[in-house]
Design a protein around this ligand. Structure first.
Ligand code: ZN
Length: 198
């Protein structure tokens, strides 16, 4: 029996598509939104639309930003000769929260995953190679420690090493398949400091 009717069901369904939101939470959120004052609900929906419309990739590191060049790449005092390669912008944010990394990043937007048909050309590896034509001292590969993250790290390492750039891999203090976002800053810092040169 359809208890709520089409519009409410649609809202529950859309919320339920978000990661980590089960059907009970989707219902709870839907009822919360319905009970909001109209301007609050509108502010929420507007912010989703505006973020989607204005967000683009930094033309340097490919993180998600609303500027041509992201705040990190354009910050004075960041060391552009040390580049940390991460899987996504959330991982970048996790490392940034440690407050101890003064280099810059490169966001791959994924990892090589043959099972899902994701090859090197599907992530931002070619863009990384272009950046490495500039004066770079070290590339720190901080992809996840699961098989795909490792394979991606190996692939990049093999590609980059002949160019004479130092390549390091973060220490495996990060749990296998761990979502970097959920890992505390101390662990991330240890992984960074304990990095191994390849
Ligand atoms: Zn950037």
């Amino acid at each position: 029996m359809d208890i709520y009717g089409g519009e409410v069901n649609k809202l529950i369904e859309e919320l339920g598509r978000l990661p980590g939101i089960g059907s009970k939470t989707a219902q709870r959120l839907a009822f919360h939104i319905i009970s909001m004052p109209e301007e609050r609900a509108k502010a929420l929906s507007d912010s989703i639309i505006m973020a989607k419309k204005n967000i683009k990739y930094c033309k340097n590191c490919y993180t998600i930003t609303d500027r041509e060049v992201c705040p990190i790449c354009s910050a004075p005092g960041r060391n552009h000769k040390v580049i940390m390669v991460v899987e996504n912008s959330r991982d970048l944010a996790a490392y940034e929260r440690t407050g101890q990394f003064d280099g810059v990043y490169h966001v791959l937007h994924g990892v090589i995953n043959p099972v899902l048909g994701i090859g090197p050309a599907d992530i931002k590896i070619a863009e990384l190679m272009v950046r490495l034509q500039e004066d770079v001292d070290e590339l720190i590969i901080a992809t996840g420690s699961g098989p795909e993250g490792e394979a991606t790290a190996m692939y990049i390492s093999k590609l980059v090493k002949p160019a004479g750039i130092k390549v390091s891999r973060i220490a495996s203090g990060v749990p296998v398949g761990g979502d970097l976002e959920c890992i505390d800053e101390v662990t991330l810092l240890r992984a960074l400091e304990g990095r191994v040169y390849l």
